[in-house]
Design a binder for this molecule. Structure first.
Ligand code: IPE
Ligand code: IPE
Ligand code: MG
Length: 244
């Protein structure tokens, strides 16, 4: 699979990825799960660069879910440390590659030093224009919907908006992803065929792509394959094939 085989006119505007399988990648090699996460970090770098090169304007990566707090404390601590070091390592590269960094999820609950650094990376990259890279951290789709309900209810209660004004576009504008277009393609690695509480509202009409490849092994060639599969599909959005 080569870049030239893709249709330039059908490049997805927003790709979201559930990066799964780090633990199994390590276990297969008789290593601790941490090694899988470290290898997974390298895959993140490769895929971010490949997406920028392919002119994908929006890439959203699921890095830590609201449910991942249930993991052993040692693993959580390791993931947090890895996140911190990765951000430090990559800040210059983000700017060099003109990539704007953002997060979705309740990052206030992350360790203070990481929270502060996330704010710095967002701030230092906010004028970049080539691609939006969004990291989902302490993110849960149901949690996001609860937040939307709360903020809209509060506005209704205080007569800022009327009940009649609540529609899909108002809800969209209150999501964490309000600045992003629809998710065109959702990729999940590692063979699991589930959504695990990621972007529930946003993937209503996304094309889903599941691959058995474990996240640390997922590379540019696999990304091209996923995009190629996306380009072959007919997105009907409820219409008939003849109407498209
Ligand atoms: C994905 O890999 C990374 C995170 C969820 C943080 P996993 O750690 O879930 O790997 P598996 O699913 O156990 O193989
Ligand atoms: C989903 O993976 C979360 C991330 C990739 C960050 P999990 O490994 O946590 O999902 P489940 O538990 O297998 O559904
Ligand atoms: Mg997993």
């Amino acid at each position: 699979m080569d870049i030239k085989q893709l249709d330039n006119k059908k490049i997805p505007k927003h790709i979201a990825v559930i990066m799964d399988g780090n633990g199994r990648w390590a276990r297969k090699r008789g290593l601790k799960r941490e090694f899988g996460h470290r290898e997974g970090k390298k895959a993140v770098k490769k895929i971010v660069e490949a997406c920028a090169e392919l002119k994908i304007p929006n890439l959203t990566l699921f890095a830590f879910s609201t449910e991942n707090w249930k993991r052993p404390k040692l693993e959580i601590d390791f993931l947090m440390k890895l996140l911190f070091l990765s951000l430090k390592d990559e800040l210059n590269n983000l700017n060099k590659n003109n990539i704007k960094f953002n997060t979705i999820g309740f990052i206030e609950k992350l360790p203070k030093s990481i929270y502060n650094f996330l704010i710095k990376v967002k701030n230092d990259t906010k004028h970049n224009t080539r691609m939006n890279l969004t990291l989902a951290l302490n993110y849960g789709g149901r949690n996001e919907i609860v937040d939307v309900v709360k903020s809209i209810s509060d506005k209704v209660k205080n007569n800022i908006i009327s009940l009649k004004k609540i529609d899909e576009s108002l809800i969209n504008s209150h999501l964490y992803t309000s600045n992003l277009p629809e998710v065109d393609l959702l990729i999940r690695t590692s063979g699991e065929k589930r959504v695990s509480n990621f972007l529930l509202w946003q993937i209503a009409y996304s094309e889903l792509y599941f691959t058995k490849i474990l996240w640390p092994d997922f590379n540019k060639k696999d990304l091209l394959k996923a995009i190629s599969s996306f380009q072959k599909r007919e997105r009907r959005f409820g219409k008939t094939s003849e109407q498209i």
